[in-house]
Design a protein around this ligand. Structure first.
Ligand code: ATP
Ligand code: MG
Length: 559
């Protein structure tokens, strides 16, 4: 949707705030947002929601959106994640231009801010051990107590903090705390830690630092240093907002961004925590971050989900302040909707049974015209070979078909897609009584799928030429979990994995399908949308099923 179209729609609560701020010339009418992932995992569909909010709202308001690696926690971050994040944001269709930042580039400035707070009497070094810390914190219903070192002199605090940085103390021996209010009803305001000692190798800065800023101290500073105007984040940060504002006010920083929270995306049958996704990867319960069953953007991309479909999904779910569970069928609906417009149709048979056309000449090939995409005339046509021996899907034949079965059965006539009408005259069984071959006749007058005598057939089925078919592999995916909310009520989410989430099958492909390039999406007629996988070789194309054709979402909404 263009910015103009969006403006005429009713605005969600965040967009309404931003538009009003601009009208009031707040921040000089400037809009500057940021997407601040921590490079400790791959991005997932929940991040896509945040990315759309951050980048689209900036674009709609002639603003810019920064991409910032929020890398202040050295334990789990690395460059592979940084690169994957850039790739995924770009793939979704967003540009940060020159505004690419690392929070770790601000460590010196952050340290100076902590020094400044100490000088202002608004922070102090505390020697409590983590065990003792709890005794002073209080609970949700009781206020905390002032810790013993709360009234150290500024000089002593400055000295201790400098020695913390210099590595004189053990990890955890001391922290710097903001001096706010141990009796605050908001536990996050009870003198929260802002710097801790941590000897970890930072993936960018190595061992330069052994003190690291805490998230609540670092994040507001990052936003302020970058002159962010509106800082969007998920609802769990709402209770941290007073601290965000306190830090910036205590330092009297000129740039004081406004934090606004929205509900995170939760999807049914999906886990979205990076920690859990990492567990699936590390324990090899999936085949890496880009396994097509993963809700990561790299997994969805490999599966065949398109950026347009994901952006449209994010638009449909909207922006609210209430946590809820979104039906994964809505996402699948958006994917189908987009692929329907762009994906060319092809013939592929997954469950083959041989058909011999008795009245067709041996060794001849009739190259039939097939329309690539009825939704898009510019997609053109291609040739599909018709020969004496064909394969159709086993499920399109029944020995004793019921009345409503409009496909093939003894004596019944169907249309072959783009081809002829055929009539089943006989079938052959093997020693186990299984039908292994159908004998049919074709009507040469029905080339292209219409009969000159106006004869109607109800069924149209897909097929491939036995001689020309290319053998390939299809990977059919089902939900990764068997329950709507994996991990709920203390259950280990890994016990709820769907053992049938991946089914690998052979497929017979019409020859043109062997020319599809990796990453390209196609429709296998009557079966679903498929995307060509990087595992494909010259001899053996591999396709991931993106979604089936059946749309449970639009059925639901039509009801
Ligand atoms: P996790 O808790 O899984 O580690 P995170 O939220 O800490 O994820 P970040 O890298 O910090 O991951 O996330 C970057 C941004 O994406 C944050 O602003 C966060 O609020 C947002 N985000 C993360 N998950 C979701 C979600 N499910 N829906 C919407 N936004 C999300
Ligand atoms: Mg986070």
């Amino acid at each position: 949707m263009s910015a103009e179209e969006k403006k005429t729609e009713s605005l969600d609560f965040i967009r309404a705030i931003v538009v009003e701020d601009r009208a009031n010339n707040k921040h000089g009418g400037r809009v500057e947002t940021r997407f601040p992932p921590e490079p400790n995992g791959y991005l997932h569909i929940g991040h896509a929601k945040a990315i759309c909010i951050d980048f689209e709202i900036a674009a709609e308001n002639d603003g810019v959106c920064h991409l910032r690696m929020d890398d202040t926690n050295p334990t789990k971050e690395n460059m592979e994640y940084v690169e994957s994040i850039k790739k995924d944001v770009e793939w979704l269709g967003f540009e940060w231009g020159e505004h690419f930042y690392f929070a770790s580039d601000y460590f010196e400035r952050m340290y100076e801010c902590a020094v400044e707070l100490i000088k202002r009497g608004k922070a102090y070094v505390c020697d409590l051990t983590p065990g003792e810390w709890k005794d002073y914190l209080g609970t949700l219903t009781e206020p905390g107590k002032n810790p013993p070192h709360r009234d150290r002199s500024v000089e002593e605090n400055l000295d201790l903090f400098a020695r913390m940085r210099a590595g004189e103390f053990e990890d955890g021996a001391k922290v710097v705390r903001a001096k706010i209010d141990m009796a605050s009803p908001n536990i996050h305001m009870r003198d929260p830690a802002i710097y801790r000692i941590r000897r970890f190798h930072h993936y960018r800065l190595g061992d330069d630092w052994c003190v690291y800023p805490m998230y609540d101290f670092a994040h507001c500073l990052e936003d302020s240093f970058e002159n962010i105007t509106h800082s969007f984040c998920t609802l769990e940060f709402e209770i941290h907002r007073p601290l965000y504002d306190w830090v910036l006010s205590a330092l009297e920083l000129e740039s004081h961004p406004q934090q606004i929270e929205f509900a995170r995306l939760n999807l049914s049958y999906t886990v979205m925590s990076k920690r859990k996704l990492l567990e699936l990867v590390n324990e090899k319960l999936v085949n890496g971050w880009d396994d097509p069953r993963m809700p990561t953007l790299s997994g969805l991309r490999r599966r065949g989900y398109t950026p347009a479909a994901i952006r449209n999904f994010c638009d449909k779910i909207g922006v609210t302040k209430f946590n809820s569970l979104t039906d994964v069928a809505l996402l699948e609906h958006c994917v189908r909707d987009d692929l329907n417009k762009h994906a060319s149709r092809y013939l592929a048979v997954m469950n083959p049974i041989k058909v011999v056309i008795e009245n067709y000449r041996e060794g001849e090939t009739d190259w039939l015209d097939a329309v690539n995409n009825p939704e898009m005339s510019e997609a053109g046509t291609r040739k599909v070979p018709f020969t004496k021996e064909l394969y159709i899907d086993r499920n399109d034949f029944m020995e004793e078909p019921p009345k409503k079965f409009f496909r093939l059965g003894p004596g019944r006539e169907v249309r072959l897609r783009y081809g002829y009408f055929i009539t089943c005259t006989d079938f052959i069984k093997d020693e186990n009584g299984e039908v292994v071959e159908l004998r049919c006749t074709y009507d040469p007058e029905t080339r292209g799928g219409n009969s000159p005598d106006g004869r109607k057939v109800k069924g149209t089925i897909h097929w491939v030429s036995a001689e020309h078919a290319v053998k390939g592999e299809v990977r059919l995916y089902d939900r990764l979990f068997t329950v709507e909310s994996p991990g709920e009520k203390g259950v280990d989410f890994k016990t709820q994995l769907n053992p049938d989430s991946l089914d690998i099958e052979d497929v017979l492909l019409e020859p043109e399908l062997a020319k599809v390039s990796v990453g390209e999406s196609v429709q296998f007629e009557r079966q679903g949308y498929f995307c060509c996988d990087p595992d494909s070789t010259d001899d053996k194309p591999v396709f991931n099923r993106t979604v089936s054709l059946r749309d449970s979402w639009s059925k639901k909404t039509k009801k």
